[in-house]
Design a protein around this ligand. Structure first.
Ligand SMILES: CC(C)(COP(=O)(O)OP(=O)(O)OC[C@H]1O[C@@H](n2cnc3c(N)ncnc32)[C@H](O)[C@@H]1OP(=O)(O)O)[C@@H](O)C(=O)NCCC(=O)NCCS
Length: 319
């Protein structure tokens, strides 16, 4: 029994916001610095009041349409997000309600930029255990809400968006191997160290990051976990048709591809146009490459994420 991808979808809110636009809004930055350090040229920022469940709903509807599945058929809904609409209920329950599904198990996964890889691995385990047959897995974020727009070292890096996949139990190959790991001792290098307490925000409600520590950690674990899932699937990383790494920084993506022996033209890149959309980054890139015809049925695709926690996760699948 495999879990097989039968639909992908994604959604980006509004028009692209370029690096020049950010500088024009008064952020002390410039296009050349951002492109050289990160590869980011533009990102999408959700209009005021727009939530992760609203972005995730559209991505989910598009994935369900591709899969030709009625929302009522879903028996599992997992949403990866670090920017949920509410403390509770979960964003998964909100999307479930908007889709009109009743009865599916629905919950959020909080693994920051690895969230989609974690959620996909969890859904795969539910389906392989034969307890569930049709799963919706969404990554949806409005990171613009947790950015300190006075901190030029972080605010230029992130964007908003959502991506989704529909998985179905199948005897045809689908997800071949998954892995997920964390190292909580590294919680201080990327975090939003605030909370709501007694009616007030306490601590710091904005994203804080030690960029250089994150960079080094990311390259190492993205390479290690890609090797891990390839070995589990009985393959070499150089055999994969497509690598979809978390879209945080072109230099991390290129360093990872090089370490794994994967040619640049086999690596899906959206960071230049999306920025870092955290849990949405991998399913957004996947959907783009499926819809433009690069990813074809039968090809091997390696997805991987890394993010706050620190967490990292990967999946190797036959599309
Ligand atoms: C964030 C990152 C791009 C910063 O690059 P860096 O080379 O480490 O740059 P530094 O933070 O050392 O800053 C270098 C200089 O650029 C300046 N700078 C920072 N942000 C800037 C911006 N947006 N525009 C212009 N200058 C900027 C700094 O103030 C510093 O100036 P100084 O030398 O006068 O003090 C890089 O560390 C990185 O990509 N890290 C990984 C981040 C990531 O991927 N996070 C998500 C993981 S899920």
């Amino acid at each position: 029994m495999f879990s097989r991808l039968i639909g992908t979808g994604s959604y980006l809110p509004g028009d692209p916001v370029t690096n020049h636009d950010l500088a024009a809004r008064g952020i002390d930055t410039n296009d050349e610095w951002i492109i050289t350090r990160t590869g980011i040229r533009s990102r999408h920022l959700a209009p005021a009041g727009t939530t992760s469940s609203e972005l995730g709903l559209i991505a989910a509807q598009r994935a369900l349409a591709m899969a030709d599945i009625d929302p009522a058929e879903l028996d599992l809904i997992i949403v990866a997000t670090s920017t949920p609409d509410y403390i509770f209920p979960s964003t998964a329950c909100l999307i479930q309600g908007k889709l009109g599904n009743k009865g599916a198990a629905a919950f959020d996964v909080q693994a920051v930029c690895s969230g989609f890889a974690y959620a996909l691995g969890i859904a795969d385990k539910f389906i392989r255990s034969d307890s569930h047959k049709k799963a919706l897995v969404v990554g949806a974020e409005v990171f613009s809400r947790i950015l300190d727009w006075n901190d030029r070292g972080t605010c230029v890096l992130f964007g908003d968006g959502a991506g989704a996949v529909v998985l179905e139990a199948s005897d045809k190959p689908g997800i071949l191997a998954t892995a997920m790991h964390a190292d909580g001792s590294q919680n201080g290098i990327l975090n939003v160290p605030g909370q709501v307490c007694n009616g007030q925000v306490t601590g710091d409600p904005f994203l804080r990051m030690d960029g250089q520590a994150v960079f080094k950690f990311a390259v190492r674990v993205l390479s290690d976990i890609a090797e891990e899932v390839a070995t589990a699937a009985g393959m070499q990383t150089s055999d994969v048709d497509w690598l979809i790494p978390h879209q945080a920084n072109i230099r991390i993506i290129e360093a990872t591809g090089k370490k794994l022996g994967i040619n640049r033209d086999k690596v899906i890149v959206t960071v230049d146009r999306h920025g870092n959309t955290s849990a949405a980054s991998v399913p957004l890139a996947l959907d783009e490459a499926v819809r433009d015809g690069r990813i074809q049925r039968g090809q091997k695709v390696l997805l991987e994420g890394v993010g706050g926690g620190f967490t990292w996760g990967a999946a190797l699948l036959e599309f």
